[in-house]
Design a protein around this ligand. Structure first.
Ligand SMILES: [Zn+2]
Ligand SMILES: [Zn+2]
Length: 389
């Protein structure tokens, strides 16, 4: 089959690789019809995630048709159309039973690697380094889906791929980021990063009743899309002092919740940015937490900081004293996608949201190298790329 393979920094290739096979009775093989490139794939593309090996198949946002199931899979059969969540979860462990599927303790065969870096291991993730299981990803014609009786959701109502594909990650991720803020009527929420996750965060905050949503970015197309989603936009390039502006816009208090949907490769300006870029380039710091610092300083006393942005390791000069002294609640984590699949599919069915708004580019799977480049440089108004097999 054809697959998109990682070969190093900004080097992804279309390769001919062996078809996946059933390895475990609870596996299914899915023929991928659509797959997307995620902002977090860019961290792999830019070489910031450790434990990648040459030839690894990328991709954790995908959907398609079941073509084969193992003996232990009861709920799926060949021909079923499914969307697959990006975390791999057993459904039976301590964490899965509590709905914390991104923390499954049975799905990362390389847990010892993650434990060295993070103390404990989270769940395995499709196409996201050997630190998170070394699973082949879904930017391919076929993919092996472990625990197929737990993760995939069947799509039976004739939606197009683009309407439901983002249930695999960015819609639940944006939704959980907003839900983590316990939004009450009248609340103000500020969102850093208007990439795909930020866009779903903005719309989810609105769905959950936020009165004011501020969206912070510097890319005009992203800010425009945020505005269409009901946000008041702030261009950090022209504003300069985002913390001060947000304070002024919220009666001197700061937003009730701040959501950091940027992560480890934040853009910014000034001394702090130069400092982080240099340290990251010298491998003295794994992440550039510029948006994170700003979000911490902005949130009102006693408010909530929610972080869907992806971080890999260690960060410098995080104003922890601000969090402690001002009683800020911090919520973060990889998304427990499994628990959001049904409720969010229902919201799509009811017409409360149409996830296709985020798609700016549709390309062929074999155009992935070009797609990665376009997405990285945000060229041609690119916000979200869907690859079709
Ligand atoms: Zn993703
Ligand atoms: Zn589990």
């Amino acid at each position: 089959m054809k697959a998109i393979c990682w070969y190093g920094k900004q080097d992804v290739r279309v390769e001919q690789v062996p078809d996946p096979e059933i390895l475990n009775p609870r596996d299914a093989i899915v023929r991928v019809t659509s797959t997307a490139i995620c902002g977090s794939d860019l961290h792999l593309y830019d070489g910031f995630v450790p434990a990648m090996e040459r030839g690894d198949i990328l991709g954790h946002e995908f959907m398609g048709e079941v073509v084969e199931v193992g003996d232990g899979v009861k709920d799926l059969k060949p021909g079923d159309r499914v969307v697959v969540p990006f975390p791999i979860s057993c459904g039976n462990c301590f964490f899965c039973k509590q709905g914390l599927s991104a923390l499954c303790e049975n799905s990362n065969p390389n847990a010892y690697l993650a434990e060295k870096m993070w103390g404990h291991s989270p769940a395995g993730i499709f196409g996201y380094s050997h630190l998170l299981g070394g699973y082949a990803g879904g930017q391919a014609e076929y993919v092996r889906v472990p625990f197929a009786d737990v993760g995939p959701i069947k799509i039976e109502n004739g939606f197009t791929d683009e309407q439901v594909l983002f249930l695999s990650d960015i819609f639940p991720t944006g939704y959980m980021a907003a839900e983590n803020c316990d939004i009450k009527p009248g609340d103000s929420v500020a969102v850093w990063g208007c990439g795909p996750v930020g866009q779903f965060t903005i719309r989810s905050a609105k769905l959950l009743g936020a009165e004011q949503v501020f969206a912070i970015d510097s890319v005009p197309e992203r800010l425009r899309m945020a505005e269409e989603g009901g946000a008041e936009t702030i261009n950090f390039e022209t504003v300069g002092n985002v913390v001060g502006l947000l304070r002024d816009l919220t009666g001197g208090r700061g937003p009730d919740a701040c959501i950091e949907a940027v992560g480890m490769e934040a853009d910014g300006h000034g001394v702090q940015y130069a400092y982080d870029r240099t340290k990251q380039a010298l491998m003295l710091e794994t992440d550039r937490p510029i948006a994170l610092r700003e979000a911490i300083l902005s949130v009102r006393n006693g408010g909530t900081l929610s972080v869907p942005g992806v971080y890999g390791g260690f960060i410098d000069k995080v104003p922890f004293g601000s969090l402690m002294n001002r009683g800020i609640t911090v919520r973060t984590g990889q998304t427990h996608v499994h628990r959001y699949l049904k409720p969010l599919l229902e919201r799509i069915e009811k017409g409360e949201i149409d996830p296709t708004f985020v798609v700016t580019h549709k390309m062929k799977l074999e155009d992935a190298p070009k797609a990665y480049e376009t997405f990285l440089h945000k060229g041609d108004g690119c916000i979200k790329v869907v690859l079709k097999t």
